[in-house]
Ligand binder design. Structure first.
Ligand code: FES
Length: 123
């Protein structure tokens, strides 16, 4: 990017900007990572070796091992869950009102700053 003409540089910078997501693992460790738009929050966790996100089914909404608790400030900013996610969450350990399957949440600019508390998924 150093050699890009100054008129192109802002466009490239915007294209490369990635939303930041904070994962807080069950042991209390905080990880601030950047995840490319269009990926799922689960994929962002796996790509950054976030402990506790197992994702056994690879994102097919069939295992609940990507279960996390969405920080209360962000719950209303996410798209509503569909029936499949809702029923799969019934199989998750310690489901709460802010439970979501991270494989079903698509990263976008609107989720920049999202805070995700990873559930106990490796029981
Ligand atoms: S990765 Fe299996 S339900 Fe999300």
């Amino acid at each position: 990017m150093v050699n890009a003409p100054s008129i192109v540089r802002p466009i490239l910078t915007e294209a490369l900007r990635m939303p930041k997501i904070t994962f807080i693992t069950p042991n209390g460790e905080r990880h601030d990572v950047e995840v490319e738009n269009g990926y799922s929050v689960m994929e962002g966790a796996i790509n950054n070796n976030i402990e506790g996100i197992v994702a056994e089914c690879g994102g097919a909404c069939a295992c609940a091992t990507c279960h996390s608790y969405i920080d209360e400030a962000w719950v209303s900013k996410l798209a509503e869950m569909d029936d499949m996610e809702d029923s799969m969450l019934d199989a998750a350990f310690e489901r709460k009102d802010n439970s979501r399957l991270t494989c079903q949440i698509e990263v976008s600019d609107e989720l920049d700053g999202l805070v995700v508390h990873v559930a106990e998924n490796d029981y």
